[in-house]
Ligand binder design. Structure first.
Ligand code: ZN
Length: 264
């Protein structure tokens, strides 16, 4: 009798345990099914919400740069804020006072005459010899430059379209040249007046590159930045932006396009 009771008890236990397993399995299946339904219905999301990415050193630096650029932008003379490139024309209402430079036939914006004179004078004290080969240029004069280059390339066998494309890599279209603002100048060495990359090797350029920001100028079309400026490397074209902005742009190796984007 006792044996029968023990056997029955064991049998019960087995059944209960087995049932428990079955129930658990069913519960789990139910739970999975419920979750799947909820996902389908959009009640719950399958992925945990992504965590805020930690601020990287690079983005911290960029934030600080932007903040500084904005500050500089606010204090910058309004006449100097102008951006002129392939996309940005000189605005029709842009007015700047033009003056002649040191009794030469060259014309510059009045605002840059004194710093330009000081810069070249200080360079000359170091034994350097500069030539100011281009300064203010009217839109008409700019158009003449474009036409001249297009004619030259067409003589070489290029189509009108090809000639224009080649020209605009070096010469800006009328209305799109910084020279029309009076704020830009082309300065070359007296010993090498070629407007090409050989200018880079002259002592005059090396000195200007190292010191132009102290006088408020920037090298406007730096090496390796054609993708941003749209203009080839021009180790002769300098643009006046004022001392503080020039220092900031030069130290951070920015183009004026990048600065403009951050400042305003
Ligand atoms: Zn130029």
């Amino acid at each position: 009798m006792v044996e029968i009771v023990v056997i029955l008890l064991m049998a019960n236990l087995f059944v209960a345990k087995h049932l428990d397993k079955v129930c658990n399995k069913e519960e789990k299946l139910n739970a999975v099914e419920t979750k799947q339904k909820a996902v389908k219905a959009g009640v719950i999301q399958t992925e945990a919400p992504t965590q805020e990415p930690r601020e990287t050193e690079a983005s911290k630096k960029e934030k600080a740069l932007k903040k500084e650029a904005k500050k500089l932008g606010k204090s910058m003379d309004e006449k100097l804020r102008i951006l002129v490139n392939k996309e940005h024309k000189v605005p029709a209402d842009y007015k700047v006072k033009l003056v002649t430079y040191k009794k030469t036939e060259k014309i510059v914006a009045k605002i840059i005459r004194a710093p330009l004179e000081q810069m070249l004078k200080d360079g000359e004290k170091e034994g350097l010899s500069f030539q100011l080969c281009s300064a203010y240029r009217s839109n008409k004069a700019q158009q003449r430059l474009v036409d001249r280059d297009v004619r030259k390339y067409k003589r070489q066998g290029l189509s009108e379209e090809e000639a224009l494309e080649k020209t605009y890599k070096v010469v800006q279209a009328a209305g799109h040249s910084e020279h029309a603002t009076g704020l830009a100048v082309d300065i070359v060495s007296d010993h090498n007046t070629s407007l090409n990359e050989t200018q880079e090797t002259t002592d005059e350029f090396q000195w200007l590159k190292a010191h132009c920001a102290e006088y408020g100028f920037i090298l406007r079309y730096p090496h390796g930045k054609t993708g941003i400026t749209g203009i080839i490397y021009e180790p002769w074209h300098f643009r006046y932006v004022g001392k503080e902005a020039a220092k900031f742009i030069t130290e951070n190796q920015l183009t004026y396009e990048e600065f403009y984007e951050m400042a305003w």
